[in-house]
Design a protein around this ligand. Structure first.
Ligand SMILES: Cc1ncc(COP(=O)(O)O)c(C=O)c1O
Length: 476
């Protein structure tokens, strides 16, 4: 049993699925449920007293746990509801001035940020988006050349969400410093899966979320502010949590902001999300990111080797082949990805059907590149055999021979809006080779493929297509 195998039991979903989608939503630790029930208990029994007993300072309690994972000192990490908001708070400390008005980012950054940065043009910023390269990465030299004295802010992803490429953060941060620009580092795809040290990188701000590799669930995102910047930070997105005497309700201009990271906060924080996030942070601190990284490297290497094994069937991956540059995700392009998604979804076996015991499932990536793709995200708690099974499943000959041709005959799905509420436990528990389509796969039963001869049952197809393979598709 590998060193990390013992942690499997801490993640209930691993008992029923091969969960490979931590780059989207990390698996829930068992202890998160206990912590959430402690939250309910505090609310039920302590009522408003819970604020002074724990809740008010809880952003710092959680922020300090994150700080230890990302190389930040205690008191430098504040909590926010999502990464976009954390970016906004950091940006709100900056302002365009004179000829220094540019925000430099890259086309490979997460789109939510680019929407936010572009919206800052209304405040006098100018946005410069460095284009992506053909291989879905960003040319570092080109990015460095773009950063000059007109740059106010350089905002970039530590790890690119499409390819899991690790950016040359040190060089980019150094260049920004040389020209006097502020750096905001997005650690959403790096914190918890590769070593991150915001102090040695010397960035002004770092943002990230607990919901992915930190296994903390949605609603808990963070912002690191370099201690020297924190002393004078005056975010324009602010509120009473940032004040040193919030209950004085003093509205005069002289009221004093807090000296620690809560200075970067604003209104009432998302307390339940903090309870949910604690377990993952504790587990990751206990395992240590170095051990996670070592295991993850072995798993990503194995997946890439399997992709190569299936290259004749048209499998490929844009993941960097240099292990030093690859973080935790291997996104696999499969031939006819939309058809795979539709077929697999419809061929999936419901937990409630007789095929249940034959169903093995794998959850993987919703991250699209230009065309549809399936992604498989290995991380530290999966055994080699389940990874192999995952890849063999999506490359299985029967699947290719029998189901893809059949899928081709099914009508193209039309575009439908997200309907997450339609997603049921089938997809949460029964997911394989998750091919996120450019067009969403519809939920209507009549659009599902119903193989005449297989043991498969149709299941609801969630908007983010999750797939489960039935017996026939599963390698023995
Ligand atoms: C690099 C990166 N940044 C940010 C986000 C998410 O941002 P938010 O928490 O605002 O939804 C993601 C989500 O996948 C991401 O990959």
């Amino acid at each position: 049993m590998g060193d990390l195998e013992k942690w499997r039991d801490e993640f209930p979903i691993l008992a029923r699925t091969v969960y490979l989608i931590s780059n989207s939503l990390g698996a829930m630790p068992r202890r998160a449920a206990q912590n959430l029930s402690a939250y309910a208990e505090a609310w039920a029994t302590r009522g408003v007293r819970a604020w002074e007993e724990r809740w008010w300072e809880m952003p710092l309690e959680v922020g300090n746990k994150i700080a230890r994972i990302v190389g930040a000192p205690d008191g430098s990490v504040s909590m926010h509801e999502n990464v976009t908001t954390a970016h906004l708070v950091a940006l709100s400390c900056e302002g365009p001035s004179g000829t220094r008005r540019r925000i430099v980012c890259s086309a490979m950054d997460f789109p939510s940020m680019i929407y936010l940065f572009r919206a800052q043009e209304a405040n006098g910023f100018e946005l410069k988006v460095v284009p992506g390269a053909d291989d879905l990465t960003v040319d570092t030299a080109r990015l460095l050349d773009t950063i000059d004295e007109s740059t106010a802010v350089v905002a970039f992803s530590h790890v690119l969400f499409r390819t899991s490429r690790i950016m040359e953060a040190m060089a980019i941060a150094r260049r920004a410093r040389e020209v006097g620009a502020t750096v905001i580092l997005d650690t959403c795809q790096s914190a918890g899966i590769i070593p991150v040290d915001v102090t040695s990188l010397g960035v002004d701000f770092a943002v990230g979320g607990c919901l992915k590799w930190l296994c903390g669930g949605p609603g808990a995102a963070f912002l690191y502010t370099r201690p020297d910047r924190l002393k004078s930070a005056r975010p324009s997105v602010t509120g009473w949590l940032s004040r040193s005497a919030p209950f004085a309700f003093d509205i005069g201009p002289d009221d004093v902001p807090r000296a620690d990271a809560m200075r970067m906060m604003n209104g009432t924080p998302s307390i339940p999300a903090y309870y949910a996030a604690l377990a993952g942070l504790d587990i990751i601190a206990e395992i240590g990111v170095d051990a996670i990284r070592a295991k993850s490297r072995r798993m990503t290497a194995r997946l890439l080797a399997l992709v190569d094994t299936h290259s004749a069937e048209g499998f490929s991956s844009a993941a960097p082949r240099d292990p030093e540059r690859l973080a935790g995700t291997v996104a696999i392009d499969v031939p006819d990805a939309p058809l795979v998604a539709r077929t697999s979804a419809s061929a999936s076996a419901s937990r409630r059907t007789s095929t249940t015991r034959w169903t093995r499932s794998i959850a993987s990536s919703p991250k699209p590149r230009r065309s549809s793709r399936s992604g498989i995200m290995p991380r530290h708690r999966y055994g080699r055999s389940s990874l192999d099974a995952a890849v063999r499943s999506i490359g299985h000959r029967d699947f290719a021979r029998n189901d893809w041709p059949r899928a081709r005959q099914t009508p193209e799905p039309r575009e439908v809006p997200d309907k997450r509420e339609d997603a049921d436990e089938d997809h949460e528990l029964g997911a394989v080779a998750h091919a996120r389509l450019r067009q969403h796969v519809p939920h209507q039963p009549e659009r599902r493929l119903r193989p005449a001869d297989g043991p498969h049952r149709s299941v609801k197809v969630p908007t983010l297509v999750s797939l489960a393979f039935g017996r026939r598709l599963h390698p023995r």
